[in-house]
Design a protein around this ligand. Structure first.
Ligand code: ATP
Length: 455
């Protein structure tokens, strides 16, 4: 008798799967060997547990488009949590269970994550609010998805291993590069799908079909977008801004009227596009240096909000539940733009003053400043290339070792030695120690004199 694995191989390599109306390879052929091995294990567990398992979501869509994607989303026609536990044991993976949502997330030692869900059906009681969830069939599960191209599943079951389940014409829409909702209430139930539709349009070079676009526009006009919780809008915006070319998506959202519904007025779309393109270009250039933690989405959000006042940026960020740290960074980036524009126009000759000027600003602002080219770019480049790495080789500990007790004088002295280092007046630990010793001596000597005069 043939082993299970070799049987699966035979089934998997069958070339009888029809795609786009003609015979073509299985979408499995696009997967890496590691992924195929993993899917075989998932399949074996489903067979042992006598449940059906499917690969679903973006990975199936992308496999058919031959785009690499390693997000493994599994839907089980049965108890997804129990399935997850069994699979975790088999793969020696860490597991996190969300009983309420009937889901499990596995983290494999190699770093791969597997998300497992129980096939489910959703009920929307109120527009734009999260639905309640109950278990249902795989078809019901796929019917609750956002677009036809995301409603495809790949069977991991023995009888039709590797075959695509396509109940809603997803493959035809992939072929025609169309984004289509599954039903006319889709955007009303969940307006974040408007943002998702735009993201997929721009990422894949697809377009919403006429009907879907009309539904999106009418949902926007009805004001449904402003009813979605801030967190969900925030997540969608961050997703969009993390895409390769986010400005086209932002422009499209503006054309659909969705941006103004979330409090963003992009007055001159062309300017914004250019600013964003240039800033991203600078981000790539600064990447070769230790550019700190410039977050692309934060950078783009600051450009998008650049005409707002500090107070309205704060209010907007609070509404979208943007973390305080990110909010302050975005706000500082926007409010300091005019100051930086004035201060950094010409190349600085004194390195310490340049360092002192730049270290007070968020790194996002430095990337924007670099994108203004000329003196701005030169200053920023100098900062990253030469100044940002200058570090003292001595610390307060060394001053203590010299016999001084810690006091605010330590900070003053270290700052002055720092400045000397920048201006190339000292170099290396030995010279820093000598300079610090002289400065400590003069500071403490002066303060003793002041004290004795006061007495
Ligand atoms: P990406 O490549 O950007 O991760 P994705 O399609 O994998 O795209 P996810 O957000 O990971 O997107 O979602 C996985 C799947 O869950 C989607 O393919 C879709 O079927 C479904 N889905 C996600 N968000 C929604 C939504 N708001 N409404 C309905 N279905 C959704």
């Amino acid at each position: 008798m043939k082993s299970f694995t070799s049987l699966m191989n035979i089934i998997e390599t069958r070339k009888n799967i029809r795609f786009y109306g003609k015979k073509c390879e299985s979408s499995m052929d696009f997967f890496t060997k590691e992924l195929k091995d993993l899917l075989r294990v998932i399949s074996a567990v489903s067979r042992n547990m006598k449940v059906s398992a499917y690969l679903v979501g973006g990975i199936v869509r992308d496999a058919l488009l031959k785009i690499p994607n390693c997000d493994i989303d599994i839907v089980v026609d049965g108890n997804g949590v129990r399935f997850g536990e069994r699979l975790a044991r088999r793969l020696d993976a860490r597991i996190e269970i969300h009983k309420k949502f009937m889901t499990a997330a596995l983290a494999l030692k190699e770093g791969q994550q597997i998300d497992i869900a129980t096939s489910r059906v959703e009920f929307y009681y109120k527009p734009a609010q999260l639905p309640s969830v109950e278990s249902g069939s795989i078809k019901q599960d796929l019917s609750r998805r956002d677009f036809t191209i995301n409603s495809l599943a790949l069977s991991l079951n023995r009888k039709d291993y590797g075959e695509i389940l396509d109940f809603f014409g997803g493959r035809e829409d992939l072929k025609n590069k169309k984004i289509k909702v599954l039903h006319k209430m889709s955007f009303i139930e969940d307006p974040t799908r408007i943002f998702r539709a735009v993201r997929f349009e721009k990422r894949l070079g697809f377009r919403m079909d006429k009907h879907t676009e009309a539904l999106a526009r009418s949902a926007v006009e009805m004001g449904i977008v402003s009813r979605v919780s801030g967190v969900r809008i925030r997540d969608e915006l961050i997703h969009i801004m993390s895409e390769e070319k986010p400005f086209n998506a932002i422009k499209r959202l503006q054309d659909l009227g969705a941006l103004s519904k979330i409090g963003i007025m992009v007055r001159n779309g062309k300017d914004y596009k250019e600013d964003m393109e240039k800033a991203l270009n600078s981000l790539c250039k600064l990447d070769q240096y230790d550019r700190g933690k410039i977050l692309k989405w934060r950078l783009l959000m600051a450009i998008m909000l650049k005409d707002k006042t500090a107070r309205s940026i704060e209010l907007w960020c609070l509404k979208l539940k943007i973390r305080k740290k990110d909010m302050f960074l975005i706000k500082d980036t926007v409010t300091n733009m005019p100051k930086v524009k004035k201060a950094l126009k010409d190349e600085f000759s004194n390195e310490y003053s340049l360092y002192n000027e730049l270290r007070q600003y968020p790194v996002e602002l430095l990337a924007i400043c670099h994108s203004w080219s000329g003196g701005y770019a030169k200053n920023i480049k100098k900062y990253y290339k030469r100044l940002v790495h200058v570090k003292l080789e001595i610390s307060g500990e060394d001053l203590k070792d010299m016999g001084y007790s810690p006091s605010p004088v330590f900070k003053k002295v270290l700052q002055r030695v720092y400045r000397m280092k920048f201006n190339k007046k000292v170099s290396g630990r030995e010279e820093e120690l000598i300079a610090a010793g002289i400065l400590m001596n003069s500071y403490t000597h002066n303060s003793t004199q002041v004290r004795s005069r006061a007495r």
